[in-house]
Design a protein around this ligand. Sequence first.
Ligand code: 13P
Length: 250
Amino acid sequence: MARRKIIAGNWKMNMTPSEALALVETLKPLVNNDDVDVVYGVPAIDIVPVVEAVKGTNVKVAAENMYFEEKGAYTGEISPAMLVDAGVSYVILGHSERRGYFYETSEDINKKILKAFEHGLTPIMCCGESLEQREQGITMEWIRQQVKVGFQGVTADQAKTAVIAYEPIWAIGTGKTATADQAEEVCKGIRDCIAEMYDEATADAIRIQYGGSMKASNCKELLAKPDIDGGLIGGASLKAEFGEIVNYNK
Ligand code: 13P
């Protein structure tokens, strides 16, 4: 089965609402590619204006985080229903920056993934190893653990629609990209893990992105790999270059 590529920006903590609108306008003529799904992962405060600004285009909006409770006394958090009502389609969960700076565990991320599915949001679950783990030779073991815990209780039908982003921590924001072979090796390992947890049909359907210094100059080689179904792009999603990545096949 041919999986549809998904090219997503992760704006992280960048873009005020007015800057966000300017960026959407800049990108508008550059991100038309009917062959791929295009997603902007934007800060919470930008969600409402960006959803409005991309109406009528091929672009979908992702939140960068979400809480796993329905509502109530959780000062500062955003609920799944809020995202759905605002017109969000995807939610990035378990980014290494959230795991690292905000102490999110795979168990927290699992609760968020289950909640996202309950509300019809598609999770983009991030996983990835540190440089130290890579050097110790425990990359795949670590990532398999992140995937297994993250997907606990997720049904095969849900998993088929999910997105996993493999983002080696040492490649994020460093300009140091994993080689296409390194990225493919882990993305294939993730797919094998999904096949073991579920079945071949689920492994075949789930989409696995690579993230970590993906840019116009290296995206073609990465996206040509059989198990890399897209990209989660940080720095290069904040400029016109993102359009070149979206149109990697043109
Ligand atoms: P960079 O593309 O800036 O390395 O960021 C990758 C990333 O963390 C996307 O989620």
